[in-house]
Design a binder for this molecule. Structure first.
Ligand code: SIN
Length: 293
């Protein structure tokens, strides 16, 4: 199976389209390992012309880790791990319409997201991706070293509290307002990828509130600089969806942005989100690694 995967790069910094695999099938471990390697190599990978039921999307996603149940957005009734990302013709805002990394507001953020297109608008509705590994590597050694010693505070408050962006009424998605529930979690500003060893910036405009231990004004100045730097077009790729397209991105090193440029049209996607494996004893971890290699 792995020999038949064809991989075509989409842009200089990240992104590759993969053909020669049917994600609806129970894939052999070798195929899963090849897909995992492609994700490590390209940070976001795309597949075309797939036909996935929610159950098949869950089965595929669960090969990469436990699936997240979103704390604020309702999943499908019979598949709570599957989030329906829908924008109806009368909706003005869309879900994911700003640069972010999924679930950085959790204590153990999601490692990957797998988005499947059910219905796409006639025009528009593309998603942008930006490599935060490339963004880190483009900084000076001095700023890199400074950032490696810093942590940042992340929270869902700006998005999911009653005053947040997602609290604006829309017909299409059941998003629970979460005042009082939204916690703050501290993450390093630079993550070393546990599998590739590549370093990436880990802050994002949607969920990063401030730099730990810094004054608000100091923190804002540096974060504003980074948020501008990180979206430079040389770090990005752009994906145009068709029904049956799938994107699989690594949240540890990639930002994404769902463009809201298709007024009056419907867009319907389904997402599963992959959590990190629970921390476990070394023997069990070794068995798991063997199972996917
Ligand atoms: C998301 O942020 O997960 C949604 C991305 C998209 O709909 O393109």
């Amino acid at each position: 199976m792995s020999q038949s995967l064809q991989i075509r790069r989409l842009a200089g910094a990240l992104g590759a389209e993969i053909s020669g695999v049917d994600l609806a099938q129970e894939l052999p471990d070798a195929a899963i390992a090849a897909i995992r390697q492609a994700l490590l190599d390209h940070q976001v990978i795309f597949f075309r012309d797939q036909a996935l039921t929610p159950a098949q999307q869950v089965t595929f996603g669960a090969r990469f880790g436990p699936l997240n149940i979103h704390p604020y957005v309702a999943g499908m009734a019979d598949h709570p791990e599957v989030m329906e990302v829908v924008k109806e013709p009368e909706d003005r805002t869309n879900f994911g319409g700003g640069w972010h990394s999924d679930m950085s507001f959790l204590q153990r953020p999601a490692i990957g997201s797998i988005l499947y297109a059910v219905e796409t608008p006639e025009f528009g509705g593309d998603t942008l991706f930006a490599s935060q590994a490339a963004a880190f590597e483009a900084l000076s050694p001095g700023l890199q070293a400074t950032l490696e010693g810093l942590n940042a505070v992340h929270s869902a408050a700006r998005e999911y509290s009653s005053q947040g962006h997602s609290a604006q009424k829309r017909k299409s998605m059941a998003i629970a307002e979460a005042d009082g529930l939204v916690g703050e979690y501290i993450h390093p500003m630079v993550l070393t990828h546990p599998e590739s060893g590549r370093k990436a910036l880990y802050v994002n405009p949607a969920f990063t509130l401030k730099i730990e231990g810094w004054k608000t004004s100091e923190s804002k100045a540096l974060l504003d600089y980074l948020f501008q730097h990180c979206r430079y077009e040389g770090f990005t790729c752009r994906f145009s969806w068709r029904p049956g397209s799938v994107a699989f991105w690594d949240n540890r090193s990639v930002w994404h942005f769902a463009l809201n440029d298709y007024p009056g049209q419907r867009r319907h996607m389904r997402r599963v989100t992959v959590d990190p494996w629970p921390v476990q004893a070394p023997a069990a971890a070794a068995r798991r690694a063997q199972a996917v290699s």
